[in-house]
Design a protein around this ligand. Structure first.
Ligand code: KPL
Length: 293
C-alpha cells in the first residue's frame, strides 16, 4: 500500500506536488491553518483535471508518516508546532522552500524525524485558491543534510519516480541550496528596491553593480561554509534574471501585498553564516537593513 502524504502549506508548489502525488496513486491530505471544506478541490491547469483532497486543520491527531513542508520558511515554526506530537522516529519530512535554515525548526520540534531537503525549479502559480497553473517544468533536487541519511533521499526518489515530475537525487544538496540562496540574495531585495520585474535589473547599471557585489560576498561565505570554491554566482544570477525576466520576485509580491518577507531566511541566513566565519558582507547587510525597514 502506498503511504499517505500530508502536505503542509498547499500553495502553488504544495498543490502541484499534491496533484502529482495523488495521480501517482498516493493518498494525499492537505493541512492548513484555516478551516477549509473537506474534501477540497484543486484544478491543476495541465490537463484541466479537478482533483479532490481531504483537508485537515492543523489540530488533527493521527500520526503523520510522510510530510512535505512547502510553507514559507518564516512560517515553518507556527505551522509545524501543532503537528510535532504526530511526528516521530518513523516519520519522514521533506522540506521544500525558498531560503535556508528552517531545518533548525524541524530539528527542534522533531529531533528524531528524518528530514530531507529539496529545492525545485518547477514553475507554478496559484491565480486563485483551488487553482494551480503549472507554468513551466523544471527539476526537483532531493538530498540529505547528513551523509548517513543519503539512503533515505535515494528511497524517496525511487518512491516519487512515477510522479511525472523531473526528480534528481543530489548528494550535494547544500551546494544546490546555496546557489539558489545566491540567486535570491541577488535578485529579490533589488527587485523591491527598484520596484521592478527581475529582468529589469539587467538594464539598470546601478542595480547590476550591486548585484555583482552581492554575489561576490555570497561566494566568499559559501566557500567558507562548504569548504569548496563557489561557482560564478553573478553569471548564475544574471542567467536566472534573464530566464525569469517578466517575473515579479516572490519578495516583491510579498512587499506589495503587505506580507512578511523571507528576508531572514535569505539574506538573513547569509549574514548569520558570515558572522560564524567572521566575514563582513556590507552590501548584503545594507539590503537586509533596507528590506527590514
Ligand atoms: O525564486 C525566485 C523568487 O522570486 O523567489 C526567483 C528565482 C527570483 C524567480 O522570481
Amino acid at each position: 500500500m502506498q503511504p499517505t502524504w500530508h502536505i503542509l502549506g498547499p500553495g502553488a508548489i504544495g498543490s502541484l506536488f499534491a496533484c502529482h502525488l495523488q495521480r501517482a496513486g498516493f493518498p494525499v491530505v492537505l493541512i492548513g491553518r484555516k478551516a477549509s471544506p473537506s474534501p477540497t478541490s484543486i484544478l491543476l491547469q495541465e490537463g484541466d483535471h479537478t482533483q479532490s483532497f481531504c483537508f485537515e486543520c492543523d489540530d488533527g491527531q493521527r500520526p503523520i508518516t510522510h510530510l512535505l513542508i512547502t510553507v514559507k520558511a518564516h512560517q515553518t515554526d507556527a505551522a509545524l508546532r501543532p503537528l510535532k506530537h504526530r511526528l516521530g522516529a518513523d516519520s519522514l519530512i521533506v522540506l521544500m522552500q525558498n531560503g535556508m535554515g528552517a531545518w533548525e525548526t524541524v530539528q527542534q520540534y522533531c529531533p528524531e524525524t528524518v528530514c530531507l531537503l529539496a529545492t525545485t525549479t518547477e514553475g507554478a502559480n496559484r491565480p486563485a485558491p483551488g487553482q494551480v497553473i503549472h507554468g513551466g517544468s523544471g527539476t526537483t533536487y532531493v538530498g540529505a543534510l547528513a551523509p548517513d541519511l543519503q539512503a533515505c533521499a535515494h528511497q524517496l526518489c525511487a518512491q516519487w519516480s512515477g510522479l511525472g515530475l523531473n526528480l534528481q537525487e543530489d548528494q550535494a544538496i547544500l551546494r544546490q541550496l546555496w546557489q539558489k540562496l545566491a540567486i535570491n540574495c541577488a535578485i529579490n531585495p533589488l527587485t523591491v528596491m527598484y520596484d521592478c520585474p527581475n529582468g529589469a535589473l539587467l538594464s539598470n547599471a546601478e542595480a547590476l553593480a550591486t548585484m555583482e557585489k552581492v554575489c561576490k560576498e555570497v561566494e566568499t561565505v559559501m566557500t567558507h561554509a562548504l569548504r569548496e570554491p563557489a561557482a560564478d554566482l553573478f553569471e548564475l544570477a544574471k542567467t536566472v534574471a534573464t530566464r525569469t525576466g517578466h517575473n515579479r520576485s516572490s519578495m516583491l509580491q510579498d512587499v506589495t501585498c503587505g506580507r512578511e518577507t523571507e528576508i531572514d531566511y535569505i539574506t538573513g541566513f547569509l549574514l548569520r553564516e558570515a558572522k560564524r566565519f567572521n566575514l563582513n558582507c556590507p552590501q548584503n547587510q545594507a539590503l537586509y537593513d533596507q528590506i527590514k525597514r
